[in-house]
Ligand binder design. Sequence first.
Ligand code: ATP
Ligand code: MG
Length: 180
Amino acid sequence: MYLKTLTLKGFKSFASATTMRLEPGITCVVGPNGSGKSNVVDALAWVMGEQGAKSLRGGKMEDVIFAGTAGRPPLGRAEVSLTIDNTDGALPIDYTEVTITRTMFRGGGSEYAINGTGCRLLDVQELLSDSGLGREMHVIVGQGQLDTVLRATPEERRGFIEEAAGVLKHRRRKERTLRK
Ligand code: ATP
Ligand code: MG
């Protein structure tokens, strides 16, 4: 499994549709300060279901929508698509290529789709939960995050271990069931 393409449309500074093609192995994103490198990483987290505006370096969720520049008016929606190569079947779905899309409108919530079919956030989370990708998964290590791990309480540290061991998914299911 590897990330194949990432397309940003109206997401943060990427007003025009921009597609990045990735290869297996290491990809480096280089560019001057403020050119949008971290926005690309934010887009990755967002399309996989990130729910925290702060994790996306914004004040509110709508801040991910292109806010306009001197020469260009703001946009009404942000859309990010992530295509994952699944020829090794790492994702529990019968497709060799899986595209997750998240769309958000100003004043509205988010919509998700897997291979073009609308779905719930929960479906995206479940699809990714055994792959080590996705929301709250520590595949994206931001600045200052190492510090968070070092300063974590024993409960938080247990959370990291449960996540790594794949127990977290079952705990969430249990919590959901108990709430019903
Ligand atoms: P550095 O090297 O300093 O880390 P970077 O390449 O990571 O820089 P980013 O933080 O990805 O840069 O991009 C910051 C730019 O994105 C800023 O110019 C900011 O104005 C712009 N930006 C962020 N959100 C939006 C938005 N909603 N609409 C338009 N532009 C935005
Ligand atoms: Mg940056």
